[in-house]
Design a binder for this molecule. Structure first.
Ligand SMILES: [Mg+2]
Length: 166
């Protein structure tokens, strides 16, 4: 029963995602988490490799929207730094933020063309799978996390073990 919530791909980092595979799967839109997926939690510096990766992603023709459960101030600052549209207070795993991203990206959800990338099962992957989107789970960039995330990690560990993915 849990299987339908299984991530489609698991990677160490966004840098390891096979973008050509996504292309072959017909994916055009990437909904990407911010904290501990592309920026360390609580920090504003974006690593050079990540900036280069985002450029490459755009060059390959993907369209990106950053979707975060974090507050407006932080998310808008990241939007400014990266020049990529964002959704803040996304309430993942609820559908709200994903639908808002869909509106920004293509004025409506094109499920089969959208992949979600994030570092948390309980927000990013679960939310993606509830909408039947392609889900890519990456390892968190940093151990430093929001306290709620730390609690979620315990559940996540259990679930990934169930999937035999860890
Ligand atoms: Mg995250």
């Amino acid at each position: 029963m849990l299987k339908k919530y299984m991530p489609d791909i698991i990677c160490n980092s966004v840098l390891d995602i096979d973008l050509n595979l996504l292309k072959r799967k017909g994916i055009k839109y990437l909904v990407i988490d911010i904290d501990n997926t592309i920026v360390k939690w609580g920090r504003f510096e974006v690593e050079h490799e990540i900036i280069e990766w985002l450029k490459k992603v755009k060059m390959l023709g993907f369209e990106i929207c950053l979707v975060s459960n974090n507050r407006k101030n932080r998310v808008k600052k990241i939007e400014e730094i990266l020049g990529i549209p964002t959704v803040y207070n996304a309430k993942k795993p609820l559908k709200y933020g994903f639908l808002k991203a869909a509106d920004i990206l293509h004025k409506g959800m094109k499920n089969e063309k959208t992949a979600v990338i994030g570092d948390q099962f309980l927000t990013d992957v679960l939310g993606a799978k509830r909408l039947k989107l392609f889900a890519i789970l990456v390892k968190p960039l940093d151990k430093n996390e929001f306290f709620v995330t730390k609690i979620n990690r315990l559940v996540e560990k259990f679930i990934l073990k169930y999937f035999q993915l860890s």
